[in-house]
Design a protein around this ligand. Sequence first.
Ligand code: AMP
Length: 278
Amino acid sequence: MLLVKTVEELKDVAFRIKSTNRSIGLVPTMGALHNGHLSLLKRAKQENEVVICSIFVNPVQFNNPDDLAKYPRDIEGDIKLIEPYVDVVFAPTADEVFPEPPKEHYDFGMLERVMEGAFRPGHFNGVGIIVKRLLDWTNPDKAYFGEKDFQQLVIIKSMVKQFGLKTQIVPCPIVREESGLALSSRNQRLSPEDRKKAADIHRILEESLKLKEEPISIIKEFVVNEINKIDGFKLDYYEIVDDQTLQNVEFYDLSEGIIGCIAVYVGEVRLIDNIRYK
Ligand code: AMP
């Protein structure tokens, strides 16, 4: 495994891989890695000759300075965990990625005006900036993204289309703890008690599947009410949206794919999750 810290070296390594006709799978991450990240890396390993994993807590996608400061970091632990599954780890400093403040402005239209985009102003521009740079620097055949960050996945797919990039974006299913809680680096910040409670998010979403035949408004109301009943939970949003446009769905039959997306604070930790209805 090769540890790369500079952009020049990353570009160089990727160029050498491509010039020997080997395929590259890219897995962008922010570190504090867990089995969810590992599932992306394992898939990348199966489908590519070379796997590049980036580990970078991207400051420009954080709208909340406290969230950035408290984001868990453990580069040594990360490298130990992923070593069997990666060929190249790119772990730069913020100055290396942003020698000057980035000036790019991406427009993802209606995709970024809802849910995470509405609650975290500038977040998706920050995500777009880092992912576009990583794609440009490594020119991967495939790049792997988790369905846990469903809106991010749709936005990255749209960016790749917008710029005519040839990288294939590969969606990967959500990996959960036995309790049902979606794995997340932020789970480390939960107290043992809150971690138990946080499993209720998935439990409630699963329960709402039973209401699939009911009008969308009833399903939404059920989830919102159940979440609000739990002490220590603070709901940012629960939206039931078309899986392509991310806009609210009112009638079940009008969309081919329907997904419910939630963001909720458990204590001070903001968690997101989602569930597919159709
Ligand atoms: P992050 O380090 O949180 O930015 O995540 C890096 C990538 O891993 C993103 O594409 C995430 O969607 C994905 N990911 C994070 N948690 C999970 C999970 N529990 N299951 C599947 N993918 C995940």
